[in-house]
Design a protein around this ligand. Sequence first.
Ligand SMILES: Nc1ncnc2c1ncn2[C@@H]1O[C@H](COP(=O)(O)OP(=O)(O)O)[C@@H](O)[C@H]1O
Ligand code: SF4
Ligand SMILES: [Mg+2]
Length: 341
Amino acid sequence: MTRAAKQPLVKVKNLVKYFPIKIGAFGSEKAVVHAIDDVSFDIFRGETLGLVGESGCGKSTTGFTILQIYRSTSGSVEFEGVDLASLSKQELRAMRKRAQIVFQDPYSTLNPRMTIGEALAEPMKVHKICPDNEIQGRIAQLIRDVGLNPNVANRYPHEFSGGQRQRICIARALACNPEFIVCDEPISALDVSIQAQIINLLMDIQEKYNLTYLFIAHDLAVVRHISDRIAVMYLGKIMEIAEKKDLFKRPLHPYTKALLSAVPEADPDIERQRQRIILKGDVSNAIDPPSGCRFHPRCAYATDACAQSVPELEDYGDGHQVACLRLDEIAMEEKLETEDA
Ligand SMILES: Nc1ncnc2c1ncn2[C@@H]1O[C@H](COP(=O)(O)OP(=O)(O)O)[C@@H](O)[C@H]1O
Ligand code: SF4
Ligand SMILES: [Mg+2]
């Protein structure tokens, strides 16, 4: 499918989410967490958009605000052309059956007092997905679809492993026939040995149910397999978005380059040449984010101008968007370094 032929299912435009908080010894001072600031991107129907960035950079807030679990501070989220921020509570509830979320922690997501069958039946009843006499059949089908035996319907969450519970959470997200699922670090809390199984399951059901995903993870290695495109986030801002292949082959933003340098290569020859870029300092505070480019205190290429102006996402061809004021100069500097070497 060409980019022009792709239809956005979700359009995020200039999305902002600030959290007013109290700080100081007795909570006497007020402050604002700039969790996401002027974030814009499209998610095309049927694709997986990976969203990566270090812990605390605003990935979950982006997912929650897209679904309006958190009401946005400003900006808009259009779902098939409808601005979700303009919907009433009741209208949002009706929309929720079309847009679901799978959380990081499958342990706290399921009610320990409900059997698996009850947990799956609940959203179907709330959203009147099918006649009551069809619910048991649908539960059995959903459980089979996520690779479990339908006889688990009578059991309780504590009887299952982390991986099995995440399968059940995925079945619950599927119960309302959604079109869009936010997968918020769905494998981060799981044993490494079963992470690939859950990724493969998500890919299988995406095809079977024609789903669109926003897949959130804190490292690029995890989103590599499942994503069609990848957005890189830093301190509440999108720094780069590109087709997966393009991003891995031609990362342009200095932050993406650093993230990518941490990803091991399967090819031993390439892996031997991999040079890790260690960023100076820590991620800045979202209460008082740096001026200009938020990455400037850690960027090896920063100049005074980077602390003054906020870089906008600009298209460098084929939808490869980057927010950096010095991209052309950096490319030139790197070219000269390669020639000198
Ligand atoms: N409910 C909240 N109240 C106040 N601050 C929050 C809340 N949720 C998230 N934050 C803050 O917003 C920033 C982004 O958090 P989050 O979206 O959870 O990041 P990530 O998912 O990338 O780890 C962090 O600084 C975090 O502390
Ligand atoms: S705008 Fe400046 S600080 Fe930001 S990434 Fe580009 S060079 Fe680095
Ligand atoms: Mg998170």
